[in-house]
Design a protein around this ligand. Structure first.
Ligand code: HEM
Length: 95
């Protein structure tokens, strides 16, 4: 999760690009280096797709728990809902 954007930044910098935030610019003065940015770009892409797949599986598992196992896991993930933050194993509906 944290490595993906870090590798993205490495790809970006070794592409010879600069961060232009409008008010100021961040130029690392690194010349474009194909030997670095090419593999980094590939790794960044694979990590990003792995992250998307993980997010998708996480959402699918949450829906599985909600609709098939009916165990309140989704409710505990949902912020500002009854049972949010309840430790696993504690049945809120029994109270
Ligand atoms: C979690 C955060 C991020 C995700 C999920 C993400 C995702 C992606 C994806 C899906 C691609 C296209 C890969 C492909 O075509 O195979 C990409 C390309 C790229 N990303 Fe990221 N990215 C993230 C953060 C960043 C950051 C922080 C930077 C740098 C500031 C960055 C720089 C780049 C660059 C330079 C490319 C290549 C673009 C090009 O082809 O010109 N990424 N990113």
């Amino acid at each position: 999760m944290f490595i993906t954007p870090i590798v993205g930044v490495v790809t970006f910098i070794w592409h010879g690009r600069i961060f232009d935030f409008g008010l100021f610019r961040l130029d690392f003065g690194v010349p474009s280096n194909r030997a670095v940015f090419r593999p980094m770009e590939d790794i960044h892409g694979y990590l990003a797709y792995a992250l998307f797949a993980l997010a998708g599986m996480h959402a699918a598992a949450a829906l599985w728990h909600h609709f098939f196992m009916r165990n309140g896991v989704l409710g505990r993930m949902w912020p500002m809902r009854e049972g949010a933050g309840t430790p696993v194993g504690e049945n809120i509906s029994a109270e």
